[in-house]
Write a protein that binds this ligand. Structure first.
Ligand code: ZN
Length: 530
C-alpha cells in the first residue's frame, strides 16, 4: 500500500514497551514474535508504537469489523483473523523466517506459482474481497469461501465436526500423503482410510480423497502384499464331450497326511469328462513313470485310447515319457491354463468327492486309506452325479451295478435273474439298446449343468484383461499358502513384469524388464496391473 509513516496502537503495555526498546524480551517464546515485529517495523521510514488501554482500542475493533463485513457479512468470526493476522502467526513458522530473514513471503507461497495453488483465489477473496474474472469461478469461490478461514498466514477449512483443517499446497499434500501412509506411523492404509486419517490429523486439500486412493493403490509395498483377487477375470470355458472315455482329466491329490501304512502320500486320479467315471491309485511319490504307467494300465488298457488327456502344468505331467506316450497312442495331451484348476474342474471336483468319502471310511489311525481307496471309488461310481443325473456306472455299462445290499435283500431284478434267466437276458439287451438314449440324455443334462455352472461363475466375472506391454504383478509361487509356510511377511505378489504375449481365453506370457520370459503361460486370474 506504499505507506511510509505509521502510527500503531497496541493494548498490551508489555509488547509496546518491548517494541520501543524500553523493556528487554526475556520470554523465549516471545522472541520470534518480537523479531518479526522489529523486521516489519524496519520496512517503514517512520513508525511509532503507542500504548492504548484496551477499553479505548475500539478503532482497531471497528476496522476489523469493517473488513469482515465487507468480505463475509455472515461469518463474524473471520473478522478477528483478518485483524490479527500479522500479529499472531505461529512462532515456529516465524523462527524459520528469522533464520532466513531475506524471505518475506511465507515458505508455502514460494513452492509454486500462485495461479497453480488452489488456495490462492480463496485467500485473495477472504483477505481482499477479490474474485476471479471468470463468472463461474466467481460463484464457486464465493460459495466455497464460507467454509474457509485465514488465520496466522495459514488457510484453514472448517470441517463439519467443527475442526479446523489446515489447507495444504500440492507439495505439502504429497508429503503428508507419504508420511501418513508409509511414514513412521503409517499403517499403509487403503485410500478412503488414508484420507480419513489425514482429516483427523487436521489437513485438507480439495482432491484429498482421490489423491489418497491413488497414492494407496500406487504404493509398491501395498501392491506386493495386496490380497488375492478372487473374482475371475474371464468367463468359464467348459469342455463338453459326447462319449465316455473320450477325454480324461488327470490330477494328483496330496500330500496326504498321515501317510498310509505303506508310506503312500499321494493319489493319482483320472476322471472321464463325460461319464464322470474315475480311476485312482495311491502313490508313494509322483514320478513321470508312475503317471505314464497309470495312463497305460488304468486308462488305455481298460477303456481304450482317449482322444485327449487334460492335466495341469506339473512337472510329472510335462515330461519326455509322457510326450512319447502321446506319440505312440496318438492322443492329445493338453494343459489347462497354468494354475487354473477351475478349467481343470473335472478332476478337481472328483478330488473333493473322493476325499470326502475316504475321510469317513478310514479307521481311527487313518493309515489304512490306501486300502479303502477301491471302496471309495466304487461308492463314487455307483452314486448319481448331479451333472449327468446318472451314476457313472450306468453311463458306462447301461445298467445299474448290483450292490451287496441287493443280494442280501433281493431286489426285483436280482430275484428275476435267479428265477427267469432268459427274461433277464432280454431285459439286459433292451437296457443296452437304451444306453445310447441314456447317454444322449446325460449329455443334454451335462450341457445344461455346465451352462448353469458357467452362468454362476460368469456372474462373478469382473473382466480384467491386459495387453502386450502392460506392466503387471503376478502372484508369487508357490501360492499354496499354509500355516506352515515360513515367511508370513513374504509379499504375495511379485514383479513388475511386462506382458509379452496374450493367449486366447485370458492367459498371458510374462517377461522381466530385460525381455527374458519368466512365466510362459499365466492365467489372467493371477495377474494385476502394477
Ligand atoms: Zn503402502
Amino acid at each position: 500500500m506504499h505507506i511510509d509513516c505509521l502510527q500503531a496502537y497496541g493494548d498490551s503495555q508489555l509488547a509496546v514497551r518491548q517494541l520501543n526498546g524500553q523493556y528487554a524480551v526475556r520470554n523465549a517464546t516471545l522472541v520470534p514474535y518480537h523479531e518479526r515485529a522489529k523486521y516489519l517495523m524496519s520496512q517503514f521510514q517512520d513508525i511509532h508504537v503507542s500504548h492504548i488501554p484496551r477499553s479505548e482500542n475500539d478503532r482497531a475493533d471497528a476496522l476489523a469489523n469493517l473488513a469482515a463485513s465487507l468480505t463475509l457479512p455472515s461469518e463474524r468470526d473471520i473478522q478477528i483473523t483478518v485483524g490479527e493476522r500479522h500479529l499472531l502467526s505461529p512462532a515456529i513458522e516465524r523462527i524459520e523466517e528469522v533464520v532466513d530473514s531475506n524471505v518475506i513471503t511465507s515458505s508455502e507461497c514460494e513452492e509454486e506459482p500462485d495461479d497453480l495453488d488452489w488456495r490462492h483465489p480463496i485467500i485473495e477473496y477472504l483477505l481482499l474481497g477479490k474474485l476471479p474474472n471468470d463468472s463461474r469461478k466467481k460463484a464457486e469461490v464465493r460459495r466455497r469461501a464460507t467454509r474457509f478461514l485465514y488465520l496466522n498466514d495459514t488457510l484453514y477449512k472448517r470441517s463439519f465436526d467443527g475442526m479446523l483443517l489446515r489447507c495444504l499446497s500440492k507439495q505439502d499434500a504429497t508429503k503428508a500423503l507419504h508420511d501418513t501412509h508409509a511414514g513412521t506411523c503409517g499403517a499403509h492404509q487403503a485410500g478412503p482410510k488414508l484420507s480419513n486419517q489425514l482429516k483427523r490429523l487436521g489437513y485438507y486439500w480439495p482432491t484429498m480423497v482421490r489423491d489418497s486412493i491413488k497414492f494407496a493403490t500406487t504404493c509398491k509395498d501395498c501392491q506386493l502384499h495386496g490380497d488375492f483377487i478372487h473374482q475371475p477375470p474371464q468367463q468359464l470355458h467348459p469342455t463338453t464331450l459326447s462319449w465316455p472315455f473320450e477325454a480324461w482329466g488327470l490330477d494328483v491329490i496330496g500330500m496326504i497326511k498321515p501317510k498310509s501304512s505303506r508310506q503312500h502320500q499321494y493319489i493319482l486320479a483320472a476322471t472321464d469328462y463325460f461319464s464322470k467315471w474315475a480311476e485312482a491309485i495311491p502313490l508313494k511319490e509322483v514320478r513321470a513313470d508312475d503317471v505314464t504307467n497309470f495312463i497305460r494300465n488304468h486308462i488305455i488298457y481298460r477303456y481304450g485310447v482317449p482322444s485327449k488327456i487334460i492335466s495341469d502344468n506339473a512337472l510329472y505331467f510335462k515330461c519326455k515319457s509322457m510326450t512319447k506316450l502321446c506319440e505312440k497312442y496318438k492322443f492329445q495331451h493338453s494343459f489347462s491354463a497354468s494354475y487354473n484348476p477351475s478349467s481343470n474342474g473335472q478332476a478337481e471336483a472328483f478330488n473333493k468327492v473322493l476325499c470326502n468319502i475316504l475321510k469317513k471310511m478310514v479307521s481311527g489311525n487313518k493309515r489304512d486309506w490306501h486300502e479303502r481307496l477301491p471302496e471309495a471309488l466304487w461308492a463314487y461310481r455307483t452314486t448319481i452325479r448331479n451333472s449327468t443325473g446318472c451314476t457313472p456306472y450306468n453311463l458306462v455299462f447301461g445298467s445299474e451295478a448290483v450292490l451287496p445290499l441287493e443280494v442280501q435283500l433281493p431286489s426285483l431284478r436280482v430275484a428275476s435273474q435267479l428265477t427267469n434267466p432268459d427274461e433277464n437276458a432280454n431285459v439286459r439287451l433292451a437296457e443296452l439298446e437304451a444306453l445310447d438314449e441314456k447317454r444322449l440324455a446325460a449329455q443334454q443334462r451335462l450341457e445344461i449343468y455346465q451352462a448353469q455352472v458357467a452362468g454362476a461363475f460368469n456372474r462373478k466375472v469382473k473382466f480384467r484383461s491386459f495387453s502386450i506391454g502392460d506392466l503387471v504383478l503376478t502372484v508369487r509361487r508357490p501360492f499354496v499358502i499354509t500355516r506352515k509356510m515360513h515367511g508370513k511377511f513374504e509379499p504375495k505378489w511379485e514383479g513388475p513384469y511386462v506382458i509379452t504375449k496374450v493367449f486366447s481365453k485370458g492367459a498371458y506370457e510374462l517377461s522381466n524388464s530385460e525381455g527374458k520370459c519368466i512365466y510362459p503361460c499365466v492365467n489372467g486370474k493371477f495377474v494385476k496391473m502394477f
